[in-house]
Design a protein around this ligand. Sequence first.
Ligand code: MRU
Length: 353
Amino acid sequence: VRIRGIPHRSVWLEHPGGPVCVIDQTLLPHRVEVRRLRQLDDVLRAILEMQVRGAPLIGVVAAFGMVLAAREDPSTPGLETAAQQLRSTRPTAVNLEWAVSGLLHSALDWAPDERAFRLETEAQRMADADVESNRAIGRHGLELLRTLSLQRGGAPVRVLTHCNAGWLATVDWGTATAPLYLAHQEGVPVHVWVSETRPRNQGAALTTWELGEEGISHTLLADNAAGYLLQQGWVDLCFVGADRITRQGDVANKIGTYLKALAAADAGVPFYVAAPTSTLDRRLSAGAEVPIERRSPDEVRWVSGVTREGHVESIRISPPSTPALNPAFDVTPARLITGLITEEGIVPVAQDS
Ligand code: MRU
């Protein structure tokens, strides 16, 4: 996707054997700054501090983290420790665990002096596969938008999304946004309702920025406004992403997704989850088994933004010592989900599980 008209990915290698480059998402939409990650510690910090975030992107950046680790210490104990450190950064997105464990497993079959080079090839392959898979998700989701557009006599299809399941959350295209980008390219008119997504405001800061850069019509909403819009009949369908999907189709995604799904079901509006099949965790049956990340209460007490003078600053919005709880994800039960849009096609989700 593009920044100021120039095609970009959210993660790339500066050159073979070189540093891993990412866009620091904590500074968006105010500043576009590229961070060069040169060692494993830089990757751990980037994931923990959410300079990179979003399930597929965390997975790919962690894969590059294994490459950096192997350049520093390609021994088996060295790589096992690195994998453990990467796995412990964020617990909910299965992509991270899947990417790191897969690479570790392969690396142990290779001679230590080949590991860094071969891991780099594998991590690059994962990045490219993510782009292809999102493009395929986009093509399947586009058919839904086309059908609705015809039903609406060519008026824009109004899509509600939550958090950022956009290209910034993946290597390119995004999952929930891929159908929107393709629709825009193919002349199918869409309008996107973007919910702000407290406490970290990924919707307000990231999704609006992405859509704006691509020229896609959108409106930012306070999180609590979505129910009203759904009730008014102003939403034709919902597209969200996923961090982990269980065998019975329960979906862990950004906190607040569940409330949107409840309101959509009450209003009779289709609710789709767009995610690659790698987000499916076949080991888990029900949503209650998904580990839910709890982040710092300060993320609830403080918000960050830009001052009129253009300085990025944080301000506190509660009394200093107010207790705050910050679960970062929730689980939407399968019965509230119309379908999963995967790279393989649209899978209807059981309505009575
Ligand atoms: O805490 P974040 O910003 O990493 O959470 C991101 C989400 O919940 C996304 O919806 C999900 O990872 C899917 S991204 C394609």
